[in-house]
Design a protein. Structure first.
Length: 280
């Protein structure tokens, strides 16, 4: 089968690709690298100068680390994690500075929820994806003052750097109508209207090229629809779905994962060629 990649679905949060002619190993490597090897920005250091809230410094630092930061431009602007190994803040080639200083007066009628939008970030290209993300509540008379530093990192180091919240690889489900269905079968297929329509006609074939849950189809084909429909999966047509945390555009995640896979394959090739020269 000729190799082919088709974009089935693409929006701000999700991309679904139909991969034809590619091995499961290749597609799964792409999926895994999307989770573990594509760099994004995340807070890695936090220095507290004042914290009179009821929440420990460590918990606030953890919340800052999990605040999703837009990284589409940052992955090309700042040095890669390997280049910044051992570098301490505030190296501007590696780190973005984040400043927070909020206080609620003693006579205030109510407190204040500090949110991601209250963070002052040194680079306007690196900003919170979800500005309303709550970080800490300040009661009257409380103050929070800190300086944090974000850098590029990879998901294999900590999940806060992973750009993908979901990465799924599936076989393409194929449903063939093999006989006339009964009422119980049609009722079972209500969640799959395309299959139900084909079943009503008593003939047809439905191929899903999007990410769907086929557990219900399997139940129907083995139960109420036994003898009426047959469910199988194509290993030559794979569906890869990646959902972004918002740090990177979905298409960019796939592109960077592909670059990583290509670089790894090239490195392996060089290593093997080096061994050939030594006679091993």
């Amino acid at each position: 089968m000729a190799k082919k990649v088709e974009v089935v679905e693409l929006d701000e949060q999700r991309i679904t690709l139909l991969l034809e002619g590619y091995s499961i190993a290749f597609a799964n490597a792409l999926r895994r690298l999307a989770l573990s090897d594509v760099p994004t920005m995340a807070v890695d250091f936090a220095y507290f100068y004042d914290n009179s809230t009821s929440v420990y410094d460590e918990i606030i630092a953890h919340r800052l680390g999990l605040t999703v930061l837009k990284s589409d431009d940052a992955i090309y602007k700042y040095k890669q994690p390997e280049e910044c190994k051992g570098e301490e803040p505030p190296n501007p080639d590696c780190y973005v500075e984040i400043f927070l200083d909020k206080e609620v007066s003693h006579d205030a009628p109510t407190g204040y929820y500090v949110k991601a939008k209250d963070l002052l970030i040194s680079d306007e290209l690196v900003n919170p994806v979800h500005p309303e993300t709550p970080i800490i509540y300040l009661a009257p008379g409380q103050r929070i003052h800190l300086v944090a530093y974000a850098r590029l990192g990879r998901g294999k180091e900590h999940t806060k750097w992973s750009p993908a919240s979901i990465a799924i690889l599936q076989y393409t489900p194929i449903i063939e109508v093999t006989g006339k269905p009964g009422e119980e079968c049609l009722e079972c297929l209500q969640a799959y209207p395309e299959v139900a329509e084909a079943a009503k006609r008593g003939e047809g074939r439905v191929v899903y090229t999007r990410n769907i849950n086929t557990s219900g189809l399997r139940y129907c084909s083995e139960g109420p629809c036994s003898g009426s429909i047959r469910l199988s999966y194509s290993q030559e047509r794979l569906i890869l779905t990646i959902e972004s945390t918002g740090a990177l555009e979905p298409g960019r995640i796939v592109l960077e994962a592909a670059k990583s896979l290509y670089a790894r394959a090239n490195n392996l090739k060089k290593e093997l060629e080096g061994l050939r020269g030594t006679g091993r």
